[in-house]
Design a protein around this ligand. Structure first.
Ligand code: NOJ
Ligand code: CA
Length: 609
């Protein structure tokens, strides 16, 4: 009898380990068969630049073979999609957003065959691949532009771009790169006309009033869809079409182009997603979903700076207000939430007062600013403060939308404000304390950019190798929170409702989906806070912590008192009676908590073997 009990306990433990093993869990992730598939609603996206991740041939530049070799690392994070920055042939004057050939791979990163192998290897791990569609503009080195400037003024070829005799049209359009451009027109001595460009002057805008341009776009879509990509990030979409008397942003003509792109993608692969980069005010950002017939997703630009305001001001209002104003999306659509990305932390769409506040608070030196933004990474913006880094990530993973995580932020990587443009946040991934951060074995002078070496955030102290060894590292905490999120569809699909306790330093909301209710409570303040929550709607339910499985006192009709240390948060599942009883046989924490990889086990445990 005793022996029998012992065996079944061991079996139970073994089966729990099997369930909890992250590799098993990842293998269980399926590419959904739902029609139409809403996979992007449950996704966590990892944003990475091929050149920055890993260099396989020691030339100092990351490449597809290197990225493929590191896919297990990405998969172990628990993410389900990878968004790649531009990897096409390019003069690289805007880090690849200046494309000179849309249907090829820049030879420094590999070949189309390497790309195909990468996609296959990603798919084998149930990771989707999202690539860039940069069609607002090309490089001035693109053969279309070289042909256009030499072609007859009225020809179809010249009309691939937008030209002017005077350079005075569309004057209401703002300049985006205010640190480097003084006009949206540039003189071309060969064409003897001005050409239109919303970004750098070496990036002439394509002319979507010319049907041939749309035909080219369709050919580009077909090329990459045939290679198996699962989505496109649509760069700079608000500016596709311009018209006199307007500011040239968000025009109905632009939305028509997007509807045509959506129809084409839908026809070729209904599972493929379109993700809009539309850095706009809330109402305009929302317009990129159309009636569910434009982009499946759009970056939540209105929310991002307000998360930074809320945590700086220790007040929930900036978050509650913007989330409530941006909740009405077509059912098949989804925000993409982000904290940081490869660009500056943009402050174009906040009031002048808010921008000054954020600059003063987060850009402590003029060198950290660029255009209307701040060129810093998450960890440096938050002074390396682990509690605030965790809290901001808790917002990323619990507010409505699909989280997009910028490479390196999972380990708290640093930045270098001395580098030009936005290069300071695009430095080599910090794999180890070794030479070149373990990113490349090239002579350091050959590296595309120097690794971060400062004492707090440099690769000697912040790197993957060390963080894999330490159970309490940020990397392992990120793996944990991603797993918790993945275990609850309510985060990706649920409704949100805010509670408004008197203490406005606490952000409190529920996420509800298919009978599951999750209560999220966050303390925006640096110091301990308390509040009496009215949870009477949930009287009789039992809050259970999603991270550790601890059961809290049952909710009643009376106020529910919560106390939180500075910059901390809780995620509770509100279980009904039956579920709470079931927990005795099926503990929640066994499902949610990842078994850390062997290297990440506490040292003592490893010594014991
Ligand atoms: C937005 C991209 O994110 C940015 O990096 C680029 O410079 C501009 N679009 C122009 O393509
Ligand atoms: Ca290389």
């Amino acid at each position: 009898m005793g022996r029998h009990r012992h065996n079944s306990k061991r079996e139970a433990a073994a089966s729990m380990t099997r369930r909890a093993d992250p590799r098993t869990r990842i293998a269980e992730r399926t590419i959904s068969a739902e029609k139409p598939s809403l996979w992007y609603k449950d996704a966590v996206i990892y944003q990475v630049h091929v050149k920055s991740f890993f260099d396989s041939n020691d030339d100092g530049i990351g490449d597809f073979a290197g990225l493929t070799a590191k896919l297990d690392y990405i998969s172990d994070l628990g993410v389900s999609a990878i968004w790649l920055l531009p990897f096409y042939p390019s003069p690289l004057k805007d880090d690849g957003y200046d494309i000179s050939d849309y249907c090829a791979v820049n030879p420094v990163y590999g070949t189309v065959e390497d790309f195909r192998s990468f996609v296959e290897a990603a798919h084998a791990r149930k990771l989707r691949v999202i690539i860039e569609l940069v069609i607002n503009h090309t490089s001035d080195q693109h053969p279309w532009f070289q042909r256009a400037r030499r072609a007859h003024k009225d020809s179809v070829e010249r009309q691939y771009y937008v030209w002017s005799e005077t350079g005075h049209e569309y004057e209401e359009a703002r300049i985006i790169f205010i640190d480097s451009e003084i006009s949206n027109w540039a003189w071309d001595p060969v064409a003897r006309q001005y050409y239109w460009h919303r970004f750098y002057s070496h990036q002439p805008d394509l002319n979507f009033r010319n049907p041939h341009v749309m035909r080219e776009v369709k050919a580009i879509l077909a090329f990459w869809l045939d290679l198996g990509v699962d989505g496109f990030r649509l760069d700079a979409v608000p500016y596709l079409v311009e018209r006199s008397g307007t500011d040239g942003e968000n025009l109905p003509e632009t939305h028509s182009v997007l509807k045509a792109i959506r129809a084409e993608v839908e026809r070729r692969n209904p599972d493929c997603v379109l993700l809009a980069e539309a850095n706009q005010w809330p109402e305009d950002a929302l317009s990129y979903f159309g009636q569910g017939d434009e982009c499946h997703m759009a970056f939540h630009f209105p929310l991002m700076p307000r998360l930074f305001i809320a945590i700086a001001q220790e007040n929930r209002e900036p978050i509650t207000e913007i989330v409530e104003n941006t909740m009405q999306l077509p059912a098949c659509c989804q925000w993409a939430i982000f904290l940081r990305n490869h660009d500056e932390l943009t402050l174009e769409m906040v009031t002048d007062e808010e921008r000054d506040y954020l600059w003063t608070f987060y850009a402590t030196h003029r060198r950290m600013r660029i255009n209307l933004g701040i060129r810093r990474r998450l960890a440096t913006l938050l002074d390396g403060d682990r509690r605030r880094i965790e809290l901001m990530n808790a917002f990323l993973f619990s507010l409505p939308g699909t989280p997009v995580l910028y490479y390196g932020d999972e380990i708290g990587m640093g930045d270098n404000p001395f580098l030009g443009d936005r290069d300071g946040v695009r430095t080599p991934m910090q794999w180890s304390a070794d030479r070149n951060a373990g990113f490349s074995r090239a002579d350091s002078v050959a590296l595309y950019l120097p690794p971060i070496i400062d004492p707090l955030f440099g690769h000697e102290s912040v790197n993957v190798e060390v963080q894999q060894q330490v159970r309490s590292s940020l990397l392992n905490w990120m793996r944990w929170i991603i797993r918790v999120r993945n275990a609850h569809q309510a985060f990706g699909r649920g409704d949100i409702a805010f509670l408004r306790p008197e203490n406005d330093k606490l952000l409190v909301f529920t996420r509800t989906y298919a009978g599951e209710i999750i209560l999220c409570i966050a303390n925006l303040s640096e110091t301990a806070q308390a509040a009496a929550l009215d949870l009477s709607t949930y009287a009789g339910r039992v809050p259970v912590d999603l991270f550790g499985g601890c059961t809290m006192p049952t909710v009643s009709e009376q106020a529910y008192t919560v106390m939180l240390p500075g910059h901390s948060f809780y995620w509770f599942k509100l279980l009904c009676d039956d579920e709470a009883r079931l927990r005795h046989t099926e503990p929640l924490e066994a499902k949610d908590r990842p078994e850390l990889p062997p290297a990440a086990k506490p040292r003592a445990q490893r010594l014991k073997g």
